[in-house]
Design a protein around this ligand. Sequence first.
Ligand SMILES: Cc1ncc(C[n+]2csc(CCOP(=O)(O)OP(=O)(O)O)c2C)c(N)n1
Ligand SMILES: [Mg+2]
Length: 356
Amino acid sequence: MARAATAAPPASHATAKNGSGKEADLDIKKLDAKKYLRFYEQMVHIREFEELCDHAFRQGTHGIGGYLHLYSGEEAIAVGIIGAMDVENGDAFIGHYRDHAYALAAGSEPGEVMAEICGKATGCSKGKGGSMHICDAKLGFYGGYGIVGGNVPIALGLAWAIKYRGENRVCACFFGDGSMNQGGFHETLNMAQLYKVPALFVLENNGYAMGTSIERSHANPNLASRVESYAMEYHVINGQNIFEVHEQVAAIVESMRTNPRPVFLEMKTYRYHGHGAADTQVTQSTYRSREEVEDWKTHRDPIRLAEQALMEAEILTEEERERIHTEAVEAAKAALKFSDDSPDPSPDELLTDVYV
Ligand SMILES: Cc1ncc(C[n+]2csc(CCOP(=O)(O)OP(=O)(O)O)c2C)c(N)n1
Ligand SMILES: [Mg+2]
Protein backbone atom coordinates (compact mmCIF):
# COMPACT_ATOMS: atom_id res chain seq x y z
CA MET A 1 0.00 0.00 0.00
CA ALA A 2 1.29 3.44 -0.88
CA ARG A 3 1.38 5.81 2.06
CA ALA A 4 -0.41 9.10 1.68
CA ALA A 5 1.57 12.00 0.30
CA THR A 6 2.40 14.74 2.80
CA ALA A 7 0.43 17.14 0.63
CA ALA A 8 -1.79 16.96 -2.41
CA PRO A 9 0.14 18.33 -5.36
CA PRO A 10 -1.54 21.02 -7.41
CA ALA A 11 -2.89 19.99 -10.79
CA SER A 12 -0.78 22.52 -12.61
CA HIS A 13 2.80 23.19 -11.60
CA ALA A 14 3.06 26.50 -13.37
CA THR A 15 0.06 27.97 -11.62
CA ALA A 16 0.87 26.56 -8.18
CA LYS A 17 1.14 29.50 -5.82
CA ASN A 18 3.65 28.19 -3.32
CA GLY A 19 5.38 25.46 -5.26
CA SER A 20 3.98 22.80 -2.96
CA GLY A 21 0.91 21.66 -1.18
CA LYS A 22 0.64 22.22 2.55
CA GLU A 23 3.42 24.30 4.06
CA ALA A 24 5.06 22.56 6.99
CA ASP A 25 4.51 24.36 10.27
CA LEU A 26 8.08 24.92 11.42
CA ASP A 27 9.35 27.09 14.24
CA ILE A 28 12.73 28.17 12.91
CA LYS A 29 13.93 29.15 16.38
CA LYS A 30 13.61 25.53 17.51
CA LEU A 31 15.80 24.21 14.69
CA ASP A 32 19.57 23.81 14.65
CA ALA A 33 20.69 27.39 13.93
CA LYS A 34 24.29 26.47 13.10
CA LYS A 35 23.21 23.85 10.61
CA TYR A 36 20.83 26.18 8.79
CA LEU A 37 23.40 28.96 8.66
CA ARG A 38 25.72 26.45 6.99
CA PHE A 39 22.98 25.44 4.54
CA TYR A 40 22.28 29.10 3.76
CA GLU A 41 25.97 29.72 3.16
CA GLN A 42 26.20 26.65 0.91
CA MET A 43 23.24 27.81 -1.17
CA VAL A 44 24.78 31.27 -1.63
CA HIS A 45 28.12 29.73 -2.62
CA ILE A 46 26.44 27.43 -5.15
CA ARG A 47 24.43 30.33 -6.61
CA GLU A 48 27.52 32.52 -7.05
CA PHE A 49 29.52 29.62 -8.45
CA GLU A 50 26.85 28.93 -11.05
CA GLU A 51 26.31 32.56 -11.96
CA LEU A 52 30.04 32.83 -12.59
CA CYS A 53 29.88 29.67 -14.73
CA ASP A 54 27.19 31.33 -16.84
CA HIS A 55 29.34 34.45 -17.20
CA ALA A 56 32.44 32.37 -18.08
CA PHE A 57 30.46 30.41 -20.67
CA ARG A 58 29.39 33.64 -22.38
CA GLN A 59 32.91 35.07 -22.28
CA GLY A 60 33.99 31.99 -24.22
CA THR A 61 37.59 32.22 -23.02
CA HIS A 62 37.68 29.79 -20.08
CA GLY A 63 37.30 26.52 -21.97
CA ILE A 64 33.66 25.71 -21.19
CA GLY A 65 32.73 23.88 -24.35
CA GLY A 66 29.35 22.46 -25.26
CA TYR A 67 27.07 21.96 -22.33
CA LEU A 68 26.34 23.90 -19.18
CA HIS A 69 23.11 23.26 -17.24
CA LEU A 70 22.64 25.55 -14.28
CA TYR A 71 20.81 24.76 -11.03
CA SER A 72 20.03 28.34 -9.92
CA GLY A 73 16.64 28.35 -8.19
CA GLU A 74 16.84 24.70 -7.12
CA GLU A 75 19.64 24.92 -4.51
CA ALA A 76 17.56 24.02 -1.44
CA ILE A 77 17.03 20.52 -2.84
CA ALA A 78 20.69 19.52 -3.22
CA VAL A 79 21.72 21.27 -0.01
CA GLY A 80 18.80 20.09 2.13
CA ILE A 81 18.87 16.49 0.93
CA ILE A 82 22.62 15.90 0.75
CA GLY A 83 22.75 17.64 4.14
CA ALA A 84 20.46 14.87 5.40
CA MET A 85 22.81 12.17 4.19
CA ASP A 86 25.75 10.69 6.02
CA VAL A 87 28.56 11.36 3.58
CA GLU A 88 31.21 10.09 6.03
CA ASN A 89 29.46 6.75 6.44
CA GLY A 90 29.17 6.13 2.74
CA ASP A 91 25.65 7.17 1.78
CA ALA A 92 25.61 7.26 -2.01
CA PHE A 93 24.01 9.66 -4.44
CA ILE A 94 23.80 10.08 -8.17
CA GLY A 95 22.47 12.92 -10.26
CA HIS A 96 21.62 13.98 -13.75
CA TYR A 97 23.40 16.56 -15.92
CA ARG A 98 22.37 19.62 -13.85
CA ASP A 99 24.93 18.35 -11.40
CA HIS A 100 27.40 20.95 -10.10
CA ALA A 101 25.41 21.59 -6.93
CA TYR A 102 25.39 17.95 -5.81
CA ALA A 103 29.19 17.89 -5.69
CA LEU A 104 29.46 21.32 -4.06
CA ALA A 105 26.82 20.44 -1.45
CA ALA A 106 28.70 17.25 -0.57
CA GLY A 107 31.93 19.18 -0.09
CA SER A 108 33.86 18.73 -3.35
CA GLU A 109 36.62 21.26 -3.97
CA PRO A 110 35.01 24.13 -5.96
CA GLY A 111 38.24 24.59 -7.95
CA GLU A 112 38.16 20.95 -9.07
CA VAL A 113 34.49 21.22 -10.02
CA MET A 114 35.15 24.40 -12.01
CA ALA A 115 38.21 22.84 -13.66
CA GLU A 116 36.07 19.88 -14.73
CA ILE A 117 33.45 22.21 -16.21
CA CYS A 118 36.27 23.91 -18.13
CA GLY A 119 37.83 20.61 -19.25
CA LYS A 120 41.10 21.00 -17.32
CA ALA A 121 43.44 18.22 -16.15
CA THR A 122 42.85 19.20 -12.50
CA GLY A 123 39.10 18.62 -12.84
CA CYS A 124 37.41 16.03 -10.62
CA SER A 125 37.03 13.76 -13.70
CA LYS A 126 40.45 14.85 -15.05
CA GLY A 127 38.75 17.14 -17.53
CA LYS A 128 37.27 14.23 -19.49
CA GLY A 129 33.68 14.53 -18.34
CA GLY A 130 32.85 18.20 -18.41
CA SER A 131 29.86 19.89 -16.84
CA MET A 132 27.50 16.92 -17.15
CA HIS A 133 29.90 14.40 -15.57
CA ILE A 134 31.04 15.87 -12.29
CA CYS A 135 31.93 12.98 -10.02
CA ASP A 136 33.44 12.58 -6.55
CA ALA A 137 33.28 8.93 -5.51
CA LYS A 138 35.19 9.55 -2.26
CA LEU A 139 32.20 11.62 -1.12
CA GLY A 140 29.71 9.03 -2.39
CA PHE A 141 28.79 11.09 -5.44
CA TYR A 142 28.57 8.68 -8.35
CA GLY A 143 28.24 11.39 -10.88
CA GLY A 144 26.17 13.45 -13.17
CA TYR A 145 24.61 11.69 -16.12
CA GLY A 146 23.84 12.99 -19.59
CA ILE A 147 21.15 10.53 -20.62
CA VAL A 148 17.74 11.56 -19.33
CA GLY A 149 16.61 8.86 -16.87
CA GLY A 150 19.82 6.87 -17.39
CA ASN A 151 21.00 7.42 -13.83
CA VAL A 152 17.81 5.97 -12.31
CA PRO A 153 18.58 2.25 -13.00
CA ILE A 154 22.15 2.86 -11.77
CA ALA A 155 20.74 4.10 -8.47
CA LEU A 156 18.85 0.83 -8.19
CA GLY A 157 22.16 -1.01 -8.53
CA LEU A 158 23.80 1.17 -5.89
CA ALA A 159 20.89 0.62 -3.51
CA TRP A 160 20.79 -3.09 -4.24
CA ALA A 161 24.50 -3.37 -3.34
CA ILE A 162 23.75 -1.72 0.03
CA LYS A 163 20.98 -4.20 0.70
CA TYR A 164 22.99 -7.21 -0.51
CA ARG A 165 25.85 -6.33 1.84
CA GLY A 166 23.47 -5.70 4.71
CA GLU A 167 24.71 -2.14 5.21
CA ASN A 168 22.99 0.73 6.93
CA ARG A 169 23.48 3.18 4.08
CA VAL A 170 21.01 4.79 1.68
CA CYS A 171 21.27 5.94 -1.91
CA ALA A 172 19.66 9.11 -3.27
CA CYS A 173 18.96 9.59 -6.96
CA PHE A 174 18.20 13.06 -8.36
CA PHE A 175 16.41 13.39 -11.69
CA GLY A 176 14.07 15.71 -13.57
CA ASP A 177 10.43 15.42 -14.58
CA GLY A 178 11.57 14.42 -18.08
CA SER A 179 12.95 11.15 -16.64
CA MET A 180 9.53 9.97 -15.59
CA ASN A 181 8.50 9.19 -19.15
CA GLN A 182 11.50 6.92 -19.78
CA GLY A 183 10.96 3.15 -19.75
CA GLY A 184 13.93 2.44 -17.49
CA PHE A 185 12.45 4.70 -14.83
CA HIS A 186 9.39 2.46 -14.51
CA GLU A 187 11.35 -0.80 -14.57
CA THR A 188 13.53 0.63 -11.81
CA LEU A 189 10.68 1.71 -9.57
CA ASN A 190 9.00 -1.65 -9.92
CA MET A 191 12.15 -3.55 -8.95
CA ALA A 192 13.09 -1.11 -6.20
CA GLN A 193 9.75 -1.65 -4.50
CA LEU A 194 9.79 -5.40 -5.10
CA TYR A 195 13.23 -5.75 -3.49
CA LYS A 196 12.72 -3.02 -0.86
CA VAL A 197 16.05 -1.34 -1.56
CA PRO A 198 17.02 1.80 0.42
CA ALA A 199 16.72 4.20 -2.54
CA LEU A 200 15.49 7.76 -2.24
CA PHE A 201 14.13 8.79 -5.64
CA VAL A 202 14.22 12.59 -5.81
CA LEU A 203 12.15 14.11 -8.59
CA GLU A 204 13.11 17.73 -9.18
CA ASN A 205 9.88 18.90 -10.73
CA ASN A 206 10.79 22.26 -12.22
CA GLY A 207 7.79 22.21 -14.53
CA TYR A 208 9.66 21.73 -17.81
CA ALA A 209 11.82 19.28 -19.72
CA MET A 210 13.77 21.62 -22.00
CA GLY A 211 10.97 23.70 -23.56
CA THR A 212 8.13 21.25 -22.87
CA SER A 213 5.88 21.79 -19.86
CA ILE A 214 4.76 18.81 -17.81
CA GLU A 215 1.16 19.51 -18.87
CA ARG A 216 2.17 18.88 -22.47
CA SER A 217 4.20 15.74 -21.82
CA HIS A 218 2.67 13.84 -18.89
CA ALA A 219 -0.75 12.26 -19.33
CA ASN A 220 -1.08 12.60 -15.55
CA PRO A 221 0.57 15.88 -14.47
CA ASN A 222 0.12 14.88 -10.83
CA LEU A 223 3.58 13.34 -11.01
CA ALA A 224 4.04 11.87 -7.54
CA SER A 225 0.77 9.99 -7.83
CA ARG A 226 2.21 8.01 -10.73
CA VAL A 227 4.31 5.95 -8.30
CA GLU A 228 1.14 4.66 -6.67
CA SER A 229 1.11 2.08 -9.44
CA TYR A 230 4.25 0.63 -7.80
CA ALA A 231 2.71 0.90 -4.33
CA MET A 232 5.64 3.12 -3.39
CA GLU A 233 5.64 5.57 -0.50
CA TYR A 234 5.83 9.16 -1.70
CA HIS A 235 5.93 12.70 -0.38
CA VAL A 236 5.41 16.04 -2.09
CA ILE A 237 7.68 18.75 -0.70
CA ASN A 238 8.18 22.47 -1.34
CA GLY A 239 11.67 22.37 -2.82
CA GLN A 240 12.13 26.12 -2.37
CA ASN A 241 12.12 26.04 1.41
CA ILE A 242 15.34 24.66 2.89
CA PHE A 243 13.73 24.15 6.30
CA GLU A 244 10.89 22.05 4.90
CA VAL A 245 13.18 20.13 2.58
CA HIS A 246 15.74 19.25 5.21
CA GLU A 247 13.46 18.53 8.17
CA GLN A 248 11.19 16.26 6.16
CA VAL A 249 13.92 14.46 4.24
CA ALA A 250 16.15 13.96 7.31
CA ALA A 251 13.28 12.16 9.05
CA ILE A 252 12.57 10.05 5.96
CA VAL A 253 16.24 9.09 5.51
CA GLU A 254 16.56 8.06 9.16
CA SER A 255 13.45 5.91 8.89
CA MET A 256 14.89 4.27 5.75
CA ARG A 257 17.88 3.13 7.81
CA THR A 258 15.75 1.23 10.31
CA ASN A 259 13.11 0.23 7.77
CA PRO A 260 14.90 -0.17 4.40
CA ARG A 261 12.59 0.69 1.51
CA PRO A 262 12.43 2.94 -1.52
CA VAL A 263 10.79 6.34 -1.07
CA PHE A 264 9.81 8.76 -3.84
CA LEU A 265 9.98 12.52 -3.30
CA GLU A 266 8.43 15.09 -5.59
CA MET A 267 10.25 18.36 -4.98
CA LYS A 268 8.36 21.34 -6.41
CA THR A 269 10.93 23.71 -7.82
CA TYR A 270 11.93 25.99 -10.69
CA ARG A 271 15.03 26.71 -12.76
CA TYR A 272 15.88 30.34 -13.47
CA HIS A 273 18.20 29.91 -16.44
CA GLY A 274 17.31 28.39 -19.77
CA HIS A 275 17.55 24.60 -20.02
CA GLY A 276 21.25 24.81 -20.88
CA ALA A 277 23.50 27.82 -21.36
CA ALA A 278 22.85 27.68 -25.09
CA ASP A 279 19.10 28.07 -24.43
CA THR A 280 18.34 31.77 -24.17
CA GLN A 281 14.60 31.19 -23.95
CA VAL A 282 14.33 32.96 -20.65
CA THR A 283 14.80 36.23 -22.45
CA GLN A 284 12.96 35.18 -25.58
CA SER A 285 10.06 33.72 -23.54
CA THR A 286 9.07 31.14 -26.12
CA TYR A 287 7.88 28.43 -23.73
CA ARG A 288 7.40 30.29 -20.45
CA SER A 289 6.66 33.89 -19.73
CA ARG A 290 9.09 36.37 -18.29
CA GLU A 291 6.48 37.08 -15.59
CA GLU A 292 6.46 33.45 -14.53
CA VAL A 293 10.25 33.41 -14.10
CA GLU A 294 10.18 36.72 -12.22
CA ASP A 295 7.38 35.49 -9.97
CA TRP A 296 9.44 32.49 -8.82
CA LYS A 297 12.54 34.62 -8.35
CA THR A 298 10.68 37.22 -6.32
CA HIS A 299 8.39 35.07 -4.20
CA ARG A 300 9.92 31.61 -4.05
CA ASP A 301 13.67 31.99 -4.22
CA PRO A 302 15.26 29.48 -1.82
CA ILE A 303 18.05 31.85 -0.76
CA ARG A 304 15.75 34.79 -0.22
CA LEU A 305 13.27 32.66 1.76
CA ALA A 306 16.03 31.26 3.97
CA GLU A 307 17.51 34.72 4.45
CA GLN A 308 14.19 36.21 5.53
CA ALA A 309 13.43 33.39 7.95
CA LEU A 310 16.91 33.37 9.49
CA MET A 311 16.91 37.15 9.92
CA GLU A 312 13.44 37.18 11.43
CA ALA A 313 14.55 34.50 13.89
CA GLU A 314 17.63 36.64 14.64
CA ILE A 315 19.95 33.83 13.57
CA LEU A 316 21.43 35.81 10.67
CA THR A 317 22.50 39.44 10.94
CA GLU A 318 22.80 41.90 8.06
CA GLU A 319 26.55 41.98 8.62
CA GLU A 320 26.82 38.19 8.36
CA ARG A 321 24.61 38.18 5.28
CA GLU A 322 26.93 40.62 3.54
CA ARG A 323 30.04 38.69 4.60
CA ILE A 324 28.61 35.42 3.27
CA HIS A 325 27.72 36.95 -0.10
CA THR A 326 31.13 38.64 -0.47
CA GLU A 327 32.96 35.43 0.42
CA ALA A 328 30.84 33.42 -2.00
CA VAL A 329 31.71 35.76 -4.88
CA GLU A 330 35.41 35.54 -3.96
CA ALA A 331 35.29 31.74 -3.66
CA ALA A 332 33.72 31.42 -7.11
CA LYS A 333 36.38 33.70 -8.60
CA ALA A 334 39.12 31.68 -6.88
CA ALA A 335 37.66 28.47 -8.36
CA LEU A 336 37.71 29.97 -11.85
CA LYS A 337 41.26 31.22 -11.35
CA PHE A 338 42.35 27.74 -10.24
CA SER A 339 40.82 26.37 -13.43
CA ASP A 340 42.34 29.10 -15.64
CA ASP A 341 45.78 28.36 -14.17
CA SER A 342 45.41 24.61 -14.74
CA PRO A 343 46.74 22.74 -17.78
CA ASP A 344 44.63 21.03 -20.39
CA PRO A 345 44.65 17.21 -20.15
CA SER A 346 47.72 15.73 -21.82
CA PRO A 347 47.15 13.83 -25.09
CA ASP A 348 48.82 10.84 -23.32
CA GLU A 349 45.73 10.70 -21.10
CA LEU A 350 43.38 10.17 -24.01
CA LEU A 351 42.93 6.45 -23.45
CA THR A 352 43.33 6.25 -19.66
CA ASP A 353 40.29 5.95 -17.35
CA VAL A 354 37.98 5.37 -20.30
CA TYR A 355 36.51 2.22 -21.83
CA VAL A 356 38.02 1.45 -25.21
C1 LIG B 1 17.36 9.76 -23.44
C2 LIG B 1 17.51 11.22 -23.73
N1 LIG B 1 16.58 11.85 -24.49
C3 LIG B 1 16.70 13.16 -24.75
C4 LIG B 1 17.77 13.87 -24.27
C5 LIG B 1 17.87 15.39 -24.55
N2 LIG B 1 17.52 16.08 -23.31
C6 LIG B 1 18.49 16.55 -22.51
S1 LIG B 1 17.88 17.26 -21.15
C7 LIG B 1 16.28 16.99 -21.63
C8 LIG B 1 15.15 17.46 -20.75
C9 LIG B 1 15.06 16.77 -19.42
O1 LIG B 1 14.30 17.53 -18.54
P1 LIG B 1 14.09 17.14 -17.04
O2 LIG B 1 14.27 15.69 -16.86
O3 LIG B 1 12.81 17.71 -16.61
O4 LIG B 1 15.30 17.83 -16.26
P2 LIG B 1 15.61 19.39 -16.10
O5 LIG B 1 16.46 19.76 -17.27
O6 LIG B 1 14.33 20.11 -16.08
O7 LIG B 1 16.37 19.50 -14.84
C10 LIG B 1 16.25 16.33 -22.84
C11 LIG B 1 15.02 15.95 -23.52
C12 LIG B 1 18.72 13.18 -23.49
N3 LIG B 1 19.77 13.80 -22.95
N4 LIG B 1 18.56 11.86 -23.20
MG1 LIG C 1 12.43 19.48 -15.58
